[in-house]
Design a protein around this ligand. Sequence first.
Ligand SMILES: Nc1ncnc2c1ncn2[C@@H]1O[C@H](COP(=O)(O)OP(=O)(O)OP(=O)(O)O)[C@@H](O)[C@H]1O
Length: 727
Amino acid sequence: MSENPEKIETRLTSIALLALFSEMGLGISQGEIEVALQQPETAKLPLLQRMKSLLISLNVKGINGGVVSWDRFDRRQLPALVEYQGQWLLARNSDENDEVILTNQDQTVQVVSSDVLLISSVLWLKRPVSSNVSSEDGNEEKPAARKLILAALFQHKGWLGNVLVATVVINLLAVATSLFALQVYDRVVPTLAYSTLATLVVGMFGIVILDWILKRIRSKVLDSLAADVDMRLSKTVFQHLMHIRLDNQPNSLGTLNAQVNGLEPIRQFFTSGIVFGLIDLPFAIMFIAFIFVIGGAVGWVYGLLLPIAVILGVITQLRLKKLIKKQIQRSNERQGLLIDVIRGSETIRANNASWRFSSEWEKITRSLASYQIRQKAISQLSNATTGSLSTIAYVSAVVVGVFQVEAGNLTMGGMIACSILGGRVINPIAQGVQYLVQWQSVSQSLNMVDQLLALELERKPSQHLLMGERHVASVSIEKARFVYGESPVKQLDIDELTFNAGDRVLLVGPIGCGKSTLLKVLAGLYRPTEGRIKLGGLDLWELDPQFVTSHVSYLPQNVHLFKGTLKSNLTLSGTVNDAYMMQISTELGVDTIAENDPKGMELEIAEGGEGLSGGQRQLVALSRTITAKPTVWLLDEPTASLDGDSEKRVWDVLTKYIKPEDILIVSTHRPMLAAHIANRVLVMKHGKIMRDATPSSMFSSLADTPSSTEAKSSVPRKSLKRGFNAI
Ligand SMILES: Nc1ncnc2c1ncn2[C@@H]1O[C@H](COP(=O)(O)OP(=O)(O)OP(=O)(O)O)[C@@H](O)[C@H]1O
């Protein structure tokens, strides 16, 4: 849409903007706004562009905004500025539903009925809900993913117990190695007592075998534990994903993908990593105590290494925090772009737009690479420093040991035993530092999974679900409003509408008027933001979803087929009788798709339905809908991709299978062919029902009403103006 200069006579004042900015929590003074408003180059710009440059000059970023007419504005998005009696005034919600509180320029307030604002414009600004990995104020959502992991691990406390015992024994065996060295150097070497040596060697041999067995058992237990935890978590997350409210799904596929896949690093960290860390680290402290016992002051060397290494790990972690957050965001953007490009490859080629996506890809990859290089540099610095610290600790321990030997506090054997034990201290400490560093990525992944788990489900898990009547005799709408996400524009605004058994309804109206939205809301795919949808007198959202889907069938405008066979796509729900499916498919002409293929109904379908034409896909979807035997048929442009003959055939088949008591609602831009089965026509505009009449009274004028240019041009210019995305 090109932006026509909008002739907004009403002057934006610093007082009105100040009031709105303070409501939004933006700390901007009136003086700053005055200066920004007085810039001559912006004075002649259309309102939205002016607002944009105003925000830029005020250095305010990340704000969405737009201008809409009051009757399409979602009032829950107040406060906003409303054009009223030649002034922009701050409007806030009042306790009374039909009233709005306006703040005048002189700071007095007036309460007006929302009806008086019907023709007013609304200028709304909003900070988008942060899609960041964690909230800026650190006020994180409850750690659902952490809880899930701990619960999954806790379920295996028997296994964890075994691992614990094995690790304790393995560590104690390490003490035996150092005692072996102590005995050999102090007892065997001075006296050449070979029998003692032989006994010690036999003992050590047994210890080595035991150590080998225990380590094998431990790794097997941990691997199967990890696999089990992974399975449980993936199942929970996938189940959640399958039941998220559709109108609540994140817009970014890259983010969604990362949220689902975020479990991988978490699982690895929590199972193998943390189990080792939790057990090995306390043992490192125990070994330091042993070194104190054997080598006295030598113990201080390792005692000092531990806090230094922990400080190093914490500092590294803090340095990585912001970097990893940005890296994940960029990586999600890249995944989203990739998915978009693969899906839209034909459009990209046809429009010669590859360069645009290539340059976007390069831009993201470049910044991602720079984050990765910086992240690697920080991690490697930490690894190298830990390595050097370990060597310094070893050398220092030897030097201190020499003085201890000189003072007669330590024998040669004791010194070697201390060195062996020192190695057992250094390893877990170095590992601990690595875990601290890894924690940043793991914690970001945890936040991603948390965000996914925080998305509202279609039905609350604890909700008591109702089962309706066997026959659904009516579908009704009561004061239903629907808005997409954070949008301030109501895409559905219907006070009362009832469909009764036997209704055959044509839904017509200009593009984007809300026909598909209405069908999705009626199908229970989108939950109305306000109001209710009733199925057979019961609230659709309190009914068992299986009951809803067994009565209501929705045919989407854009048909999606899945990887599999033609048959598996026709019988998607898995509850369809094969003979019935074949009968419907033959009547619709779906069987002709497989006619020339030796595989017949087992014809392979690629991801997204590749391999079938648009019309063929529509026939497959229609077949699915008819075989579902619904009571309420919601068809969104059912014949848009079909030729004249196929369209006629589809209507004949539909007429045959729709029972007299069923309810049929069809959204269409080509009403004439469907008109013969309709007994009611609804005309929509701006999410509202403008006319509800019989076909006979409507069709004489329909040719130039609903989807025609007249309908489009009759949209008041002010009703929906442009918005802008976060800048
Ligand atoms: N997922 C979405 N997020 C945000 N806005 C949306 C979304 N889907 C649709 N809209 C907006 O909602 C409005 C109604 O869309 P809808 O698809 O219901 O129109 P329609 O009458 O079915 O159009 P058409 O005749 O072209 O199919 C449009 O203005 C559209 O921009």
